[in-house]
Ligand binder design. Structure first.
Ligand code: PMP
Length: 315
């Protein structure tokens, strides 16, 4: 089942009406930016919970700023439109929301300024993004991560995902589940569409924002959960390729991938070739958090349907 509606041209319309011309600027030059947001179904409460809704729209508007978009919507407006759309869809299961800002002009001419800014949002029921969440076999890509001074990875830019697509296709055609991409100076950046962490001697390490990563929301959540719940120190610093090989655990994080254990890199087994204890704990914790089962993080989850039953433990 796909979604039936889209926010398009300033209102919610049947998805078949949400169409653009082949001449559209973003279609030709990749001059758009987008988000990927998950909503999780909570069976006990009969409720759909959107995870980190505001934070996704804050990042969306940051991407817009980098790309010279000036949308007539605030974070609050975009949240309200999204909830309206999902209510209209009536999803009762895990779902995915895709906001997309694009330059709607139908003209030839590559630039970012003096163009018409448009936004669309659509949603779809959604399960797993990668099959191998419990144990991915990956390789280090021969493709390098785009640099902040070329196409900034900090913004979720449509055209930048060609870099991700190169890496993902190379990995999969070579028989791997995913790619780890190095940046121009040879340090680990991230996966094709996920951030990366290693665990060494009880310390959780992830590349800093300045190593050409997307500043992932799941990454921020994982850092917070490691510190506040698991009591593990977290360090943001550059990671060498061979540190991956000798790490106790390596994992990906992202809205799509959620938290995925990496059990093999460049045909070397990581941590004995099976999911390690930190990843296991984090996955258990994460799925409780996103389904709204941890009162202290409940505010990260926005209920879609009205008359939300109040969960036990919340005043
Ligand atoms: N890096 C890239 C390139 C991505 O596309 C994504 C997915 N949005 C991530 C990292 C993870 O970011 P987040 O946790 O915010 O989904």
């Amino acid at each position: 089942m796909e979604g039936k509606y889209a926010f398009f041209g300033g209102r919610i319309v049947p998805v078949e009406e949400a169409k653009v011309s082949v001449r559209t600027h973003t279609m030709n030059y990749g001059t758009g930016c987008f988000e990927g947001i998950r909503a999780y179904w909570n069976e006990e409460e009969d409720q759909l919970l959107v995870f980190k809704l505001r934070e996704h729209y804050q990042r969306f508007l940051n991407s817009c700023r980098i790309l010279y978009f000036d949308l007539p919507y605030s974070v609050d407006d975009l949240c309200a439109i999204t909830l309206d759309l999902i209510r209209r869809e009536g999803f009762r299961g895990d779902s995915y929301i895709r906001p997309l800002a694009y330059k709607s002009d139908e003209l030839i001419g590559v630039r970012l300024h003096n163009l018409t800014d448009a936004v669309t949002i659509f949603a779809t029921p959604f399960g797993r993004y990668v099959e191998a969440e419990e144990g991915a076999r990956v390789h280090v890509s021969s493709w390098r991560r785009i640099d902040d001074n070329a196409i900034p990875a900090r913004a979720k830019i449509v055209g930048a995902y060609v870099n991700s697509a190169f890496a993902k296709t190379e990995a999969q055609l070579n028989g791997f589940d995913e790619a780890i991409v190095l940046n121009q100076d040879g340090h680990v950046s991230e996966g094709s569409a996920e951030n990366l962490f290693i665990v060494r001697d009880g310390v959780v390490v992830t590349p800093p924002a300045t190593d050409n990563i997307l500043e992932g929301l799941t990454r921020a959540v994982v850092m917070q959960l490691c510190r506040e719940v698991l009591g593990l120190p977290v360090v943001e610093r550059s990671i060498d390729r061979t540190e991956l090989y000798v790490a106790d655990e390596v994992f990906f994080t992202g809205t799509g991938v959620q938290i995925a254990a990496i059990i093999e890199i460049d045909r070397r087994k990581i941590g004995g070739g099976k999911m390690g204890p930190v990843v296991q704990d984090l996955r258990d914790l994460y799925f409780d958090v996103v389904r709204g089962r941890l009162p202290q993080y409940r505010h990260w989850c926005t209920p879609v349907y009205v008359n939300e039953p109040v969960p036990a433990g919340i005043a």
